[in-house]
Design a protein around this ligand. Sequence first.
Ligand code: COA
Length: 260
Amino acid sequence: MDFQTLLYDVDADGVATITLNRPDALNALNRQLVGELGQAMRAAKSDPAVRGVVLTGSGEKAFAAGADISEFAGMEPLEAHRFALRGQAVFNAIEQMPKPVVAAVNGFALGGGCELAMACHLRVASESAQFGQPEVNLGLIAGFGGTQRLPRLVGHGIAAEMLLTGDRIPAERAERVGLVNKVVPAGELAEAAKAFVMTIASKAPVAVAMSLQALRAADLPLPQGLQQEAALFGQCVATEDFAEGVGAFLNRQKPEFQGR
Ligand code: COA
């Protein structure tokens, strides 16, 4: 697929890699990039050959250094409100992908870059990666989901520290506080992110999609979240993959899931 601000590639194993590709601006998220990211995610979702997505940044310095600040000058409140809603919609679509989406954070993940990584299902970071929500330095707040997803991932205290001070935290601390699943040397990042996708892709696809749906219900009050979990648990039993998985276990065979 042809994009101006992204690279999109699907490898022989069915892993789509979407690379934010504005290295001269540290992959800052301008309007065009946000729009193209939405298109690329829709392409990955609808392509049956794609089993999962790795999202990363081009160059050695940045995953994404946030929203493109050059587009902020002269912005009116209504326009800014719409801009935030548009970014949130694209990031929500990433979170709602039925296939695994893994962020491979290769450098700065700041502002919208940190928010983008948080909208992915899992995050792998290189040892030199840094995370932060520096919007307060610009007289702004996070607007692409940061004030909501960060406390859900790391708890209120650390989220408050990051959102109020604007300070960056290194990969090692990000892993310790639960913002990142795994930290690896830079040279192993792509491989580690793909390994997560391949592990998940080897499981029952409908159960993976339903696990993702149930995880999203963790934002609901507990009784409603539990109801959703039970309903999805019931639906799993109607799938061919359930019959295959249980049958294979009982017969000591390897399951061959069809995603049905
Ligand atoms: N929007 C637009 N351009 C950005 C950008 C952003 N968020 N972040 C970096 N850039 C551009 C810089 O303007 C610079 O462009 P230039 O070479 O044409 O001058 C280029 O990317 C390299 O950045 P630079 O600041 O020179 O690199 P650095 O290594 O000194 O610092 C950062 C790196 C990430 C610490 C610094 O760029 C930064 O603080 N960026 C803004 C982060 C931010 O506030 N994000 C939230 C936005 S809401």
